[in-house]
Write a protein that binds this ligand. Structure first.
Ligand code: NAD
Length: 349
């Protein structure tokens, strides 16, 4: 019979989950629920049992697990109702509006003995895994700065994403992915978080933010999202003691290079750079620079669902654990606090 999913919220992401689960062995989507009658009709047209009312959907015995893919402010309530009906849960990101809400969700899942995870699917992104593999390999020596950015040109925040009450804004939409990636990759304890946010297009919610994070081993991370940028900076820029990694975009698999050179401590002569004199920045000659295409990490984001199934059926360890989600939520809350006070928030991990 396999694992039977019901999807709550049959919009953009609900449809995406259905299309991908259909490719997987031993998993199927048996039902959807949406409060919009047009989306219920769309579900019927797509051949699944479709419900307008939540309790009818949750009473369906042909659903083992739900995927919550609704606007962010509704996740908690839907998760509590699903857990109470014994349904295992995949919740979309951001899991909730606050740590307090998340604690209620974790407690409900434990009380009703259901598996609970969050769709932090960008842990499987190839650009991210390439960076993670380079850092783990030691190829660039000791990293001192990781810059992770997404810049878009459209000012494109609309619908519920532009409303504070629904959990809109770029911190909750994309910050949650980029912070999750960094916290999952960096093993050192977090020491502090400083964040500034802007509403460039005068929306209710943040459409630009930058976060500076410091870790116990001295590593710094910069996380930045902007929706109104016509000259995007690279998706990743990472500095290490003997190398630099740069990846242009999260879709572009082409121009991926490592520039590597031994550190120079010789007394370089002063040169005329054409833009004034410089010793430190004037000269690249005399040392070897290696360019290297980063290897395809061979990740498959469908492993997220396979892991969830294994967890439900055999008690396998979850790929995305509630404790990790907790930590990301705390960092996002620290970002909002830091933006409000103008001060860094100190962590004691
Ligand atoms: N992991 C990812 O890569 C990713 C990408 C996009 C969106 N998301 C997340 O998925 C969720 C949904 O985003 P979307 O872009 O699909 O939104 P959407 O607006 O396209 O779809 C949301 C659907 O939920 C329905 N809905 C609203 N409130 C509901 C409720 N209380 N009960 C049942 N149905 C309800 C709406 O009618 C709509 O059909 C959000 O949490 C978002 O952050 C995740």
């Amino acid at each position: 019979m396999g694992l039977r999913f019901g999807i709550i919220g049959y919009g953009g992401m609900g449809g995406w989950h259905k299309r991908h689960i259909e490719k997987l062995e031993g998993m199927e989507v048996t039902a959807i629920h949406d409060i919009n009658p047009a989306r219920v009709e769309a579900g019927e047209a797509d051949g699944v049992k479709s419900y307008l009312h939540l309790q009818d959907f949750l009473s369906d015995p042909n659903i083992d697990a739900v995927i919550i893919a609704t606007p962010n402010d509704s996740h908690m309530e839907l998760a509590l109702a699903s857990a109470a009906c014994g349904k295992h849960i995949i919740c979309e990101k951001p899991v909730a509006m606050s740590s307090a809400q998340l604690e209620e969700m974790i407690a409900a899942a434990e009380r009703h003995n259901v598996v609970f995870t969050v769709h932090q699917n960008r842990r499987w992104d190839k650009d991210f895994r390439k960076i993670m593999n380079v850092l783990q390999s030691g190829e660039i020596g000791e990293p001192y700065i990781i810059e992770s950015r997404v810049h878009g040109p459209n000012g494109a925040i609309f619908g519920w994403r532009s409303k504070k009450a629904h959990g809109g804004g770029m911190m909750l939409d994309w910050g949650v992915h980029l912070i999750d990636q960094l916290l999952w990759m960096i093993k050192a304890p977090l020491k502090s978080v400083y964040c500034r946010m802007r509403r460039v297009l005068k929306l209710e919610v943040d459409d630009y933010f930058r976060v500076h994070m410091e870790f116990a081993d001295g590593l710094m991370a910069h996380v930045e999202v902007g929706t109104m940028c016509l000259q995007p900076l690279p998706r990743w820029h990472v500095g290490g003691s003997i190398g630099t990694v740069r990846i242009e975009t999260f879709t572009d698999e082409g121009e991926l290079t490592i520039l590597k050179r031994p550190a120079q401590h010789t007394n370089e002569p002063l040169v005329d750079t054409g833009a004034g004199p410089s010793r430190t920045f004037g000269k690249v000659g005399g040392v070897e620079v290696y360019r290297q295409v980063l290897e395809d990490p061979g990740t498959d984001f469908l492993d997220f669902y396979r892991n969830f199934k294994a967890s439900v059926e055999d008690g396998a360890e979850l790929a995305v654990k509630p404790d990790e989600v907790r930590r990301v939520m705390r960092v996002m809350e620290a970002c909002f606090e830091s933006d409000r006070t103008g001060m860094p928030v100190v962590f004691d991990e």
